[in-house]
Design a protein around this ligand. Sequence first.
Ligand code: HEM
Length: 123
Amino acid sequence: MKKDISNRADVELLVNSFYNKVREDELISFFFSEIVAVDWEKHLPVMYDFWDNILFYAGKYEGNPMAKHRDIHQKCPMKMEHFQRWIHLFTETVDELFEGNTSELAKQRATSIATVMQIKMFS
Ligand code: HEM
């Protein structure tokens, strides 16, 4: 039986594993290399804080993801297939590493944030 996502170290493992997949993905990796030249040493800690905040209310993330993704969308339209792949990779990563209530919450929150992003972006 796998463990649940329980602490900051688990969040870091999840985020690192997810972005390893993203960076190798033929459909969406270019957003992170060509559209935005992501500085991974800076981006990964931001994502640890983002997920720590969502899952454990750790309260350290203060960014504005909607504004960031709107900028990306203006440079290169983010389509439904991109969001579907993002969600697929995120869900797959959670399921490979963890199971339990917080793991389910992570997948639900990712899906609902992706849905809101798409609604805002495509409207
Ligand atoms: C097709 C789907 C997506 C693509 C291609 C994408 C791409 C990106 C890229 C390229 C960045 C880096 C921006 C920068 O450093 O300037 C970024 C940042 C970020 N993304 Fe996404 N993203 C997607 C979906 C999502 C979803 C669904 C979530 C939330 C569940 C999310 C959460 C974030 C957050 C929190 C940041 C950091 C923003 C900040 O710097 O404060 N992304 N994304």
